[in-house]
Design a protein around this ligand. Structure first.
Ligand code: NDP
Length: 326
């Protein structure tokens, strides 16, 4: 009998502890992982928004939300088949027919120039540009124009794209340019003597550098656009379950899959949750008129102090201009 009582006591203690643990984990996930959402109800009827890398992940959910708000949304994607599927997804989810696909490969200056000139010909206005596309941890490889892939795609591609579209974005003011960076930018650094890692390539270091460049670009762009009514933003979207890890070595993925799944369930956002800070910067009343800042969890955050060195932001701008022949 004593044994049973002891067992009951153990069982109830175990149940209570498990309940507390589950509630604790749920609270942790809700407050620390998912965080704030974009609460703005602003409509975008008559406005035009461009989202790069919109065929999957955060970009696709960002496009869906903008379409639900009534914007004409241009999905700028490199893969036309995936792009067409995403257009159907956004149309079905939003009930809007004003959703179009445009081919854009940010790893090709020629593709960026073709995309931009078509957009300038076809669109009357550009109210929101979202520089979302990105690659992470690629093995050492080069873009069509010989740039290291991560720096070339994540930073230089968006740098050229934004500059080519800038006059129309200014004409459409008040307008916003949002660049998706990463918390990884805190680990980034610049070396103007070897920006493309011709020596000692490290895939992580290169990703971090490209994301630091995103923050510096948004800051410098904000300064250059002061008084025009165009505001700029860079941001960390959180940790999100997307296809971004596609370049992780297959062996590592296989080994860690069994533990990664529950960990990512606990620690990662869904793509819809991951789109919230981008949307907050792109549409919210709270972010209106604020320019050049780095955002995280729908709030202004302090970036890597390297991103606050004005001289280096200007130097990066001039270096990028030379690279893309602007
Ligand atoms: P995904 O890999 O799911 O989506 C990335 C998108 O970028 C895809 O549409 C991809 O197209 C596109 N893309 C890649 N290269 C090019 C190119 N050369 N030209 C045009 N499009 C291209 O990742 P996420 O949605 O997670 O990433 C979106 C952004 O968020 C990235 O900038 C990333 O750095 C950032 N981020 C993501 C985090 C996360 O936890 N997921 C954390 C911090 C930042 P395709 O499908 O054809 O490859």
């Amino acid at each position: 009998m004593e044994f049973l009582n002891f067992g009951c006591c153990n069982l109830s203690t175990l149940l209570i502890c498990s309940g507390v643990a589950v509630l604790g984990l749920a609270a942790f996930r809700y407050f620390a992982v998912i965080g704030r959402s974009c609460t703005s109800k602003r409509r975008l009827d008559g406005k035009v928004a461009i989202v790069t890398g919109a065929n999957t992940g955060i970009g696709k959910e960002t496009a869906l939300d903008l379409a639900k708000r009534g914007a004409r949304v241009i999905l700028a994607c490199r893969d036309e088949k995936k792009g067409r599927e995403a257009v159907s997804y956004v149309k079905e989810g939003s009930g809007s027919e004003n959703v179009v696909l445009k081919k854009l490969d940010l790893a090709s200056l020629a593709s960026i120039r073709t995309f931009s000139s078509e957009i300038l010909d076809e669109e009357d206005r550009i109210d929101i540009l979202i520089n979302n596309a990105g690659v992470m941890l690629t093995p050492y490889c080069l873009t069509e124009d010989g740039f290291e892939m991560q720096f070339g795609t994540n930073h230089l591609g968006h740098f050229l794209l934004t500059n080519l579209l800038l006059d129309k974005i200014k004409e459409s003011a008040p307008s916003r340019i949002v660049t998706v960076s990463s918390v990884g930018h805190y680990f980034g650094s610049l070396d103007f003597n070897d920006m493309m890692w011709s020596k000692h390539y490290g895939s992580q270091k290169s990703y971090f550098r490209s994301k630091l460049a995103n923050v510096m670009f948004a800051r410098e762009l904000g300064k250059r656009l002061e008084g025009t009514g165009v505001t700029t933003y860079s941001l960390h979207p959180g940790s999100i379950n997307t296809e971004l890890g596609r370049h992780l070595v297959a062996g590592w993925k296989a080994i860690f899959k069994p533990i990664l799944y529950p960990i990512s369930w606990l620690l990662a956002k869904t793509p819809t949750q991951g789109a919230q800070t981008t949307l907050h910067c792109a549409v919210s009343e709270e972010a209106e008129g604020i320019t050049g800042k780095y955002w995280s969890n729908c709030s202004i955050a302090k970036p890597n102090k390297l991103a606050l060195i004005d001289e280096d932001c200007k130097k990066l701008w001039e270096y990028s201009e030379q690279q893309v022949n602007l």
